[in-house]
Design a protein around this ligand. Structure first.
Ligand code: HEC
Length: 187
């Protein structure tokens, strides 16, 4: 007889906080895995319809709206962060910054960008908060707006310069880490 499931159940029953943490992790992963592909689909559609300069609004307006809708549905605070942020709102906090630096090190050490994640229960304002983040790797399609100047059309460069005079989010190649989706929720 395999006792492993029984043992696991016993451990969860003895430590409810641990069980809670496990379900939070499953939940966070589900949200972090479902949002980026939906956004990517809309991006590709809009680029197809009106070129990359037309799709800038997808990353600028639709992405936060989509995150807000999922946030309201699930209770997770959701945002995107980057060590080289385009929007100042995406500048990471201390936990996210340490995570993003660790992600780059793990990538350099040979980990596949798409699987890199981190989670931790932290104390924030006297409360236990479950934090989760997952790397957002660059794919070829990202480079029309986040790549080297050679990859970007003059129309995109001009529009980005207008909207984000302090833009730090260009110069990427494929398979780097553009940033992360970051989630948190009280435990
Ligand atoms: C059509 C242009 C365009 C494409 C293509 C694009 N982005 Fe962006 N991206 C933007 C813009 C514009 C912003 C700033 C959005 C804002 O103001 O919040 C942004 C912001 C981000 C951010 C938030 C952090 C920051 O720097 O502000 C991440 C992460 C990100 N993009 C990842 C990606 C990834 C990964 C891809 C490819 C799957 C991608 N983007 C494709 C235009 C684009």
């Amino acid at each position: 007889m395999n006792l492993k499931p029984l043992l696991f159940t016993a451990v969860l029953a003895a430590f409810p906080a641990f069980a809670d943490e496990g379900s939070r992790l499953d939940d966070a992963r589900q949200v972090a895995n479902s949002l980026p592909p939906k956004l990517l689909q809309v991006l590709i559609e809009e680029i197809g319809k009106g070129g990359p300069e037309n799709a800038i609004s997808v990353c600028r307006e639709r992405a936060p709206l989509m995150a807000k809708a999922v946030s309201e549905k699930t209770g997770w605070a959701i945002r995107r962060v980057s060590l080289r942020a385009r929007n100042a709102k995406a500048v990471p906090d201390a936990w996210e910054k340490a995570g993003l630096e660790e992600f780059d090190q793990r990538l350099a050490a040979g980990a596949a960008a798409a699987g890199i994640e981190k989670f931790e229960v932290v104390a924030e304002g006297g409360q236990s908060v479950f934090r989760y983040m997952k790397a957002l790797p660059t794919q070829d399609v990202c480079l029309v707006c986040h790549g080297t100047p050679a990859r970007m059309t003059p129309a995109v460069t001009t529009k980005l310069r207008e909207l984000y005079p302090d833009d730090k989010a260009t110069g990427y190649e494929a398979d780097q880490i553009r940033g992360a989706i970051s989630l948190k929720r009280p435990l």
